[in-house]
Structure formats: structure tokens, C-alpha cells
Design a protein around this ligand. Sequence first.
Ligand code: UD1
Length: 430
Amino acid sequence: MERYIIKGGTPLMGEVEISGAKNAALGILAAAIMTDETVTIENLPDVKDINVLIDAIEGIGATVNRVNRHCVKINGSTITSVHADNEYIKKIRASYYLLGALLGKFNKAEVTLPGGCNIGSRPIDQHIKGFTMLGADVKIEYGMIIAEAEKLHGAHIFFDMVSVGATINVMLAASLAEGNTIIENAAKEPHIVDVANMLNSMGANIKGAGTDVIRIRGVKKLHGTEYSVIPDQIEAGTFMFAAAATRGDILVKNVIPKHLEALTAKLYEVGCSVEEYDDSVRVIGNPVQKCSQVKTLPYPGFPTDMQPQITVVFALAQGTSTVTESIFENRFKYVDELTKMGAKIRVKSDVAVIEGVTGLTGANVNALDLRAGAALVLAGLCAEGYTTIEDIHYIQRGYENFDEKLRKLGAMIQIVYDDREEQKFKLQVV
Ligand code: UD1
């Protein structure tokens, strides 16, 4: 099985180019099937979740032309089925965006129940509530979500909690519903704005994305467009925190600094220096970094998808830090892996108390989910000796060429397939 082998202890230095935002691209790909004209999407990240969704889109009959690794042309006029189900699509969370897109376009959708990282119970009641209010009958049968409507109509929807997925899904379906929809308590993440901008460029009429009230005036049909996905806020943040954790100096390029403000603020607090430019951010780690507190919140708060990575920064800071997870109830499982590397962390329900240590040591650990896996890579880069990380397929779901980008910054990391290759790596890096 593929795994990473890392020799830690080198501060990361240099420049890194950030790829397109996975979570925006997933919504945008689903939106692309809602017209019969061709849609060109650029700046797609070449990661597993994206490729699985593109395969699923091809699987229902849409014409997909992979122009290159980062660009795809999709034509939804050839769709022959509203039934999306295969062994891969089950594993990704964003399969549910096909529900909103197919329901909006054909008034019917049958999509397998979503998978995704195991970080909590992750119900979809708010998606179902939204579709039902738009006039659909939604049921779950044989592991499939089946949504059907005679005709979708606008509605006034008040979400019970802030949900990225439900906000995007209702935006998709409501774009082609008859009449006006208002989503209250909407999510405000940058990818909500990106999906709304993309739909508007296809002729939709969506206002207020990026605030907690989104107004959608349904239109009769959507048309083709060319659209470029925004940079990935979480990938950027991961490299920013890699600079902090390894006490390095990284210029993170192709970012929107405004989307990174919650992260930048924490980096200042721990004592890093951060320089912001128009489309890049430079982070310089400090040999001695301070403890702090963080609580995950919907945007513009500190993102839950950066929670494991900041825990690594805190694990190597001076003093006792706390991390409170308020979005997902099961997102501290990776702490046991960090403990194997010498971190001192206690978890009590939704709070991790982290006592800073002066160094970590290499160990054999498992990537339990996407962001936890990225955090273990950061820990391995800081640790003395060798770290092997198993189950890196989780990491590959969301980070394009992670090991290659890290190597360009001076990291000693490689993908190996067996013990012999691991030994070879160890001989090379001594
Ligand atoms: C998306 C992101 C994920 C990120 C999360 C929060 C994608 C593909 N994934 O996930 O990386 O960690 O936003 O920023 O974009 N909830 C319900 N009922 C629902 C929907 C959500 O109770 O119908 C709860 C969830 O269990 C969770 C919270 O609401 O506690 C937020 O979830 P949500 O924003 O929907 O996350 P996802 O869209 O699944």
C-alpha cells in the first residue's frame, strides 16, 4: 500500500503555488450539468474527489472532455439517467450536489447516500428540508436518496444550522425553480460565493451569497459558460501552518488573502510573521512560538478543516493551548496518532488541551481522514527521525501533488510502496 515516508527536521523554505479549491469545484462541477450547453471549468484541482465526481457525471451520460489536468468541458445535453450510484461516488461527500443539480434540471434525482471523511455523524436533514420546501418529495430507499417533484417552486427556507452542503444544494435546485427562494442562515464560505458566481455566469439570478441571506430568482434555463475556480483556502492554510510548525519561510502563491484572515490572525498570535500581498501570503515561523486558543466556527470564523493542522502548531508552542471543535463531534481521533509522536494532548468532549513540547519524534501513524492526514504530515516534517504515514489515499482526496509541493520547499518526503523502497529512501536522505 502507498504510504508517505518523511524525514523530519528541515524548516520549509521557498514558494508554493496553490491549486483550485476542491470544495468549490465540487459544487461547480455539479452546476455544469444543469445546462444543455457546454461549460468549461478551469483551475480544477487534480485530486481524487474531483476525479470521482467527474466520472460520476460521465456515468449519467454527460459528455466530458478532459482538456488537461486542470480543465474540463462538460456538456449536460447527453444525460440519459438521473441515477448516480457507483462504488466510488459512495465514498465522497459531495455526491449529494448531484441531487440539487439533477432535481433542478429534471425534477428528479436518485443519488447514493454520501460518504466522505468520518469526522462525525454528518446528517443531511437540512438538504432534505430544503428540497422538500422547494416542492420535492424526498425519500431514502436502498441506500439511495430519491428526490422527485412535479414542479419545483421557490420557498422561504430557514436552515436550523449553518451548512455548506445544504446551502449549495438548495442554491443549485432553486436556480431552476419557478419563483423566488430565500435561504436564511445560509453558509458564507468563499466556495458558496464561487458556486453562486458560477451559476450566475450561466444565467442564474442569485444575490447575497457570502451573507447569511441568499435570494434566488428562479430562471427557465441556464446556458454555457467558462469559469475558473477560486484558490483553495485550506490547501493554502496547510502550507501557511507548515511554515509555522517547521519554523520555515514560505511564500504561498495564488491565494485570496481575505479568505485566509482567520488563519493569519492565529499565526500572528503565536508569534509568526505574516506578509500579505495581492495574491500571495508569506509566513515566517519563529523559533519560539506562543500558545493560544482557537474555536472552529463557520466562515469567517476559524475553519474546522484547519483544526488538526493548528493542533500541530500548538503542540510545538510554548505553554498550554486549547482547541475547541464546534462543527463536527468526532474530529479529534488523530490526537492518538500525534501522541505516538510525543505530543501532549488531552481531549475532553469537544476540547483538546495541548501542552506544548520542545520536539516531536518520528513514528508509524495512520491518516484517519483528509485533514488529519495533512496534520500528520506537518508533524512528521517537524519530528526528529522518520515518520511513516499509512492510508494516504485520504490525503490525496484533497491535496494535489502534496509530496511534490513539499519537496520543492525542501521537505524530505516520498511516496513508497513497500519496505524495500522505504529503506532506499532512508539510505538516500541520511
Ligand atoms: C463541508 C466541507 C467540509 C467542511 C464542512 C464545514 C465540502 C465537500 N465539504 O462539508 O470539508 O469541513 O463543510 O466547513 O464542501 N449538518 C446537519 N444536517 C445537515 C447538514 C449539516 O446536521 O443536513 C451539520 C453537520 O453534521 C455539521 C454541520 O452541520 O455538524 C456543518 O456541516 P456542513 O457545513 O453541511 O458540512 P459539509 O457540507 O458536509
